[in-house]
Write a protein that binds this ligand. Sequence first.
Ligand code: CU
Length: 646
Amino acid sequence: MALVVAVTFGVAGVAPATGTGTTHGHDEATHAHAGAMDAGSSSDEDRDVMDLTDEPGNWFRSQRSGSPLSVVPVGGRVDFVAGHLTNTRHTATLVNKPSASRLVVDQDAAKSGGVDSAEFDVPGVYLFLCKVHPYMTGIVGVTDANGNIPPVTAQQLPFIGHLGAASLPATTVLGVLPAVAPTDAEKLEKWDLGLTTPPFKPATPGVGEVWLDTQFESVPRQTDDRGVPKPGTISVVDAATWNVEREVDGLDPQARFRWNNPHNMWADTLLRTVYNGHWFGRWHNKIARATGDVLTTVEVGHAPTHTVTNPNEASPHFEDLTLPLSADNVFRELEDPAFGSLQKIVDSDPTGVGRNHPHAQWTTSDGRKDVFPNVFKGLGTQGSVSIVREPDHEIVREFRAPAMQMPVATGIQPVSRGNKAYVANIVSGQVSVINLNTNSHVKDIPVTLTPSCQSGAQFNVFDTLQVPIQLPVSPDGRFVGVAVLSLTTVARPCTGSSDHVAIIDTATDRVVKFLGVPTEQGKANGAHGANFGAKLGGGYYLHVASQFSNKLTVVDLDPNGNGSATDAVVAGRILLANGAPGGPRTTDGAGGQGIKPLPNVYDGWVQDTVARRARTDAEVRGWIAQMTPCQKNPAGPACAPAGPGR
Ligand SMILES: [Cu+2]
């Protein structure tokens, strides 16, 4: 059994820890074996502070180690503080611990300042995360009387059992977690930043541009007003050539000191403006699409997530923006009066009863309903899904179900093609299906895989260490493309990769294909963002952004156009590193999260762009001229889905 594990992790690029040596360039990782022997006085040895930060791979930063690993003895204490290193609120939630531990650390709301503290009762490995930003990872290794951290058992972490092991050394487990990567050296070791698997372009071009939030790219001199470095750029890919044509950063005078982890985007009907929210900050930008110039930045509240415009041209709220605040309980409605002018908050409403922490909403193609995932409600990981009516913002229904554990993102099928909402749940690994005609929760679909490629409702995140994130429905309503992010570097034999896209056929609401997202061997990929864009000549590409990578993956769900996704393929893998700004850096082009192909091809939105094309610029008119009749109106009678099961 041990050999099987050694081989598995050998393939993953991490040598099994021996207790004397380590392959990690990072000194702090060796503390798992050195224990607290080299700490200072005995009182220091028992205590640590973990600062919550906005720094990729080092979100829980131990004041003693400088890394996301704190080592204390039994009885030791760690304080979790959201202080000057972050621009928003967080939780410090204990989600995995030694089986014998009775420690509970959790909060029912995101906090600033002193978040919580913990006193550790038994030796072993304790895993903390922020329920608002769930990839923020902190590890506390608690040493026994001999100064050693006991191994992680399969009882504590079932993932280990699926690898065929009874337990694994703490350093081995840490060695495969890409969210624990405080230095450039560790990012290079764990993240898909290399070129051993060469990028390649799709044979058929796309139409327009693909905007990506390359959220983890570091930019020299990009800081907040306290001088603390803040990451993130926006990379713009020309879909005709697949080259990075532009990069937007926070050094722009209209964004300076108010730019922190740019996370997700949307665009106005005329495609003049791109909207962008900062998930580790409190800000929302308007950006000129044609030039990348940041036009305005407004403060909107804590941890804004995703922006969606209202597509109902008959409504007085047409083109108003909804914007959930994930470190709060409400969503903002913003009005954007004119190009270049300041957007303003016109409304603010709850997304459920009590404390909600809403994340990635979507709006129906008729603009009459918004669906919000409320990531957590109170203590624990139980969340809810709400249907909110436009324009009065009444909560029509709020669903709670066993599968709705940390729901995070939504996709909605066009009203004329079925009108179902699909919601990704981080902890259960399932996609909840909501029928928006009957306002009923009809099904939950498992989309994650254990290391041995099993899938099912009995496996949750601790079995798979995979989580579903964004899941748009194709504009023709046929498919849901679910980006499944792996929290480890461990590849699945059935997909050849740590991460995959689970493709759901909406006719049956079953997964018809698990398609591996190409990754350098033994590296993490972090498939996170997904959105559809137009393919030249008809049909769509699913564009996938990966947070532990510097590549964009282009997926063709139905290459032969027969209505079945069983032949889905990866059509391209585009390098996002472009050397700008400030020269080559390890994280150049890395951290892909929100992704917005333009034109905005979804039913309800694309028709408005086409109808108003006389008011758009020449470049946008050129894109529209390249689109097929069905791409211009996916709800048209001639564009009804065909194929198996229909
Ligand atoms: Cu957080």
